[in-house]
Structure formats: structure tokens, C-alpha cells
Ligand binder design. Sequence first.
Ligand code: FMN
Length: 325
Amino acid sequence: MTLRTRFTEMFGIEHPIVQGGMMWVGRAELAAAVSNAGGLGILTALTQPTPDALRAEIERCRSMTSKPFGVNLTILPSVNPPPYAEYRKAIIDSDIKIVETAGHKPQEHVDDFKAHGIKVVHKCTAVRHALSAERMGVDAISIDGFECAGHPGEDDIPGLVLIPAAADQVKIPMIASGGFGDGRGLAAALALGAEGINMGTRFCATVEAPIHDNIKQLLVANDERGTNLIFRSLKNTGRVGKNSVSDKVVEILKNPGAKFEDIAHLVKGAQGRVALETGDVDAGLIWAGQVQGLIHDVPTCAELIQRIVRDAEAIIRQRLAGLIQ
Ligand SMILES: Cc1cc2nc3c(=O)[nH]c(=O)nc-3n(C[C@H](O)[C@H](O)[C@H](O)COP(=O)(O)O)c2cc1C
């Protein structure tokens, strides 16, 4: 049995499960493992130091899977922005067919990807942003609830409300993101009107995730309270794993008038990378969501995806169908 949705049909994948773009984690090992397991694996463009390195990573991923995979391009406001147009060109030149965009003002990127026949999934955190992306011409939406790792936005609407609210208005295929980690979540997402799920944190705790085992064990050990919301006062909220660094950021930003410069030394991406690669859980920020409370093991991507789909099918066929008298 398989779960067929408009999303699986549109993207030519077997299971309605996507691995979202993840800085330092979305490399070929993980994306290929997810795609080989019938999901949609996604490389993270900006994890590569240059557009040429991204070209090489795409080829490396191709050597590991013949299944469809995508590339994430995250557009964040920055004092020294990366050369987005050059990364975009590397994606287009490499004949990639699926892109996940995320972040601010994706129009110019979406236009160029669409002009080259690339399917675009835009990830966003509000119904109004989903509708504006739909008007922009993207092919699908990934809607990220307040539970998610990364940037949940400033509206604080959890998936239980955000997903059906978006499903009521968005016409193109939409997948649900934030807080998903098991078959119950997949069945719930489908019931709420989504056509699949996107997962980040859960895929970090897999055999193939290219990060240190200490980090995977931290995700297993933590419960659903193991996150901090940082940058709230800067209106650029991020949900990260609770550790001494994110605790300190929260504490400093509590001071009235505290500015980004006061915490800049703590939140450098390079330090987060050190944490992920060396396993020093207090070296920097570790992005992780509330779904940590549902993570109890470190399976392969194939075991995880099969388990999620099998459990979702059992819930739909047995538990839910059995309730109807
Ligand atoms: C370690 C990590 C790094 C992430 N980096 C990015 C990123 O660079 N770009 C992006 O669009 N989303 C990023 N995300 C968000 C995920 O793609 C996804 O939307 C999110 O993790 C979903 O919530 P979940 O963690 O509850 O599954 C990241 C998430 C994690 C856990």
C-alpha cells in the first residue's frame, strides 16, 4: 500500500514525506538516503561555500541516487548576503528539477526557476505568505507551524490551526511542516488538509544525517520542552535546541534595548557547525524543534520513512475507520 496525494504525483515520489533544507545537515548523504527511501531529499545550497561547490555536491548526490531530489535556497536578510543569483544559476545549470525556497522576497528566484521549468515548493509560516507565494506562481506550499525548528515567524500559530487555515485557502498542493516525526503526525496532517509532511529535526536523528552522534543522542534524550525561542525581541524569531548558548542569548536579549551586536558572538553559524561536527553540544546554536519529544531512536532514513507510512496507514485503516459505527 502507498499513500498517493497530489504532492506525490506532482513531484514523482513514492511517499508524501519531504526532508526540508537544513544548514550544515542537508548534504548528499542525507538527501540521497531520503530519496532512495521514496521520500524527497533536499540539499541545502548555502551549506556549500561556493556555487561551484554546490555544483559538485549536486553531482555527488546524483551518484548516490537515481530518484528525484531537490535543492533548498534560503533567502535571509543579511548585511553581507551570499551571491544568491550565482547559487541560483548553479542550481539551474545543474539541471535540478525541484527547488525549495524559503525566506524573504523569493519572487526573482521563483521567476527564474519557473522560466527554466523547475518545480518550486515555497516554505512559509503564515496563510497570507502562502497565498502570496501561490500568486507568485510556485507549484506547492510547505507551511511551517510554530512548533518547527528554524524560523517560525512572529504569529505563533501552531500547526493544528495553521494547517487547516491554510488548506481552506491555498489551491495548489500543500504539505505540513513543524512538529512531524511519526505516523500519527502524517495521518493528522492528511486529516487537516495537507498532502504530505516536511520534517527537519526528525531527519537529524537518523543514521545518514552527516552530524556527530552526540547531537543525535541529544535529540533522543530531550523532550518536547527542549527548545528556546531566540531573537524574539529582534522580530526574527528562531526555534533552537535548549543549551547553554541559546539560554545565554535569551537572557541577554531580555535586557531592554539589547541589540543583535550584544549576542552576535554567540550565534555565529560557524559555531553551530562546530557543535554539529564535533559533538560539543555547547559549542554553538543547534537548530531543533519541539518534535524532539517524539524522537526515541536513530533509525536509517529507510526504516524511518517505512515506519511512518506503515503507522499512518494503520491509523487511517484501523483506528479511525474502526471508530465509525
Ligand atoms: C538543523 C536545522 C537546520 C535548518 N536549516 C534550515 C535552512 O537553512 N533553511 C530552511 O529553509 N529551513 C531550515 N530548517 C528548517 C527545516 O527545513 C524545517 O522547515 C523544520 O525543521 C521543520 O520543523 P521540524 O524540525 O519540527 O520538523 C532547519 C532545521 C534544522 C533542524
